[in-house]
Design a protein around this ligand. Structure first.
Ligand code: CP
Length: 312
């Protein structure tokens, strides 16, 4: 593993390796026993071409906790605004010899393309509708810590599946780990070719949530809907918004997840989101730092090992 561009190329063993290390980092973070300097001497550049709160902040904290020098590129103030291309920007930064580039971009495939042009580790922080691998990993760690396992669970992913890179990465990861996935949402928000993932599709929340262990809600991504059918928020909440009645169809100990940012009263009732007996939304944020620490640590170890082998 030299880059983290998506979940698709990862073997289940690599996923477990990242989660095991992240589990240790999560315990260290919680107890404030943060003594690893795995990224000391490394330069990490964060390039976010789309807005972010959780992902950008947690990558920055993760790098700093491991001793990296972290730079957040202010993309709005960069020469991108003067017409410089993504690739020229990446080549310019590459010439300054960073060790890690963390990239979020609105276009699917942009991060893969960039990774082919630079000679440092690249981490995909979300590209268009394609993948958001660290989100799926942090979701997996949250599930594993809550449920004690990451296999043979019934997991419902609900809402705007069509526009969601979070749904795509989770579908791939949770499928690789042999869980049973249900996708719930209106037909207009299901992507074409959804059958290839082997998930069951439901258009009725009560039916789809029956006896699930995990309820993963998604944000309605209006910014990615280009003129297609957009339900009114009131209608959407009525049919697909998670409230106590709909949640009562899941198992009594089912956990509620949301990657954030949340639209309270659209895809989820605020009381459900805040109910710490069911909601693990804040734990997802907490696991985000640990997973990003683990991913960057492993990538840098692999790169050092590859460099050593190349010299030998
Ligand atoms: N979940 C997620 O990617 O959130 P941000 O857009 O705030 O980074």
């Amino acid at each position: 593993l030299q880059h983290l561009l998506g979940i698709e190329p990862l073997h289940p063993q690599s996923i477990t390796e990242i989660l095991d290390l992240a589990d240790d980092y999560a315990d260290q973070n919680r107890s404030r026993a943060r003594d690893s300097k795995a990224l000391a001497g490394c330069t990490q550049i964060n390039m976010f071409f789309e807005n972010s709160t959780r992902t950008q902040a947690s990558f920055e904290i993760a790098g700093k906790r491991l001793g990296a020098d972290v730079m957040n590129m202010a993309m709005q103030a960069s020469s991108i605004k003067k017409g410089e291309t993504l690739i020229d920007t990446a080549l310019t930064l590459n010439a300054m010899h960073p060790d890690l580039l963390v990239v979020r971009h609105p276009h699917s495939g942009a991060v893969d393309l960039l990774a082919q042009k630079v000679n440092c580790a690249v981490l995909n922080a979300g590209d268009g509708r394609h993948e958001h691998p660290t989100q799926a990993l942090l979701d997996a760690l949250t599930i594993r810590r809550s449920k004690g396992r990451l296999h043979r669970l019934n997991i419902a992913i609900c809402g705007d599946i069509a526009h969601s890179r979070v749904a795509r990465s989770n579908l791939i990861l949770l499928g690789k780990m042999e869980n049973r996935i249900r996708l719930i949402g209106p037909a207009t928000l299901m992507p074409a070719g959804i059958g290839e993932f082997g998930a069951e599709v439901f258009h009725d929340m009560q039916e789809g949530l029956k006896d699930v262990d995990v309820v993963m809600m998604l944000r309605l991504q209006r910014e990615r809907m280009d003129g297609g059918f957009i339900p009114s928020e009131r209608e959407y909440y009525h049919r697909y918004g998670l409230n106590a009645e709909k949640l009562s169809h899941a198992k009594p100990d089912a956990i509620v997840m949301h990657p954030g940012p949340m639209n309270r009263g659209v895809e989820i009732d605020g009381e459900i989101a805040d109910d710490l007996n069911r909601s693990v939304i804040q734990e997802q944020v907490e696991m985000g730092v640990a997973v990003r620490m683990a991913a960057m640590d492993i990538l840098m170890r692999n790169r050092r090992q590859a460099a050593k082998e190349a010299q030998a």
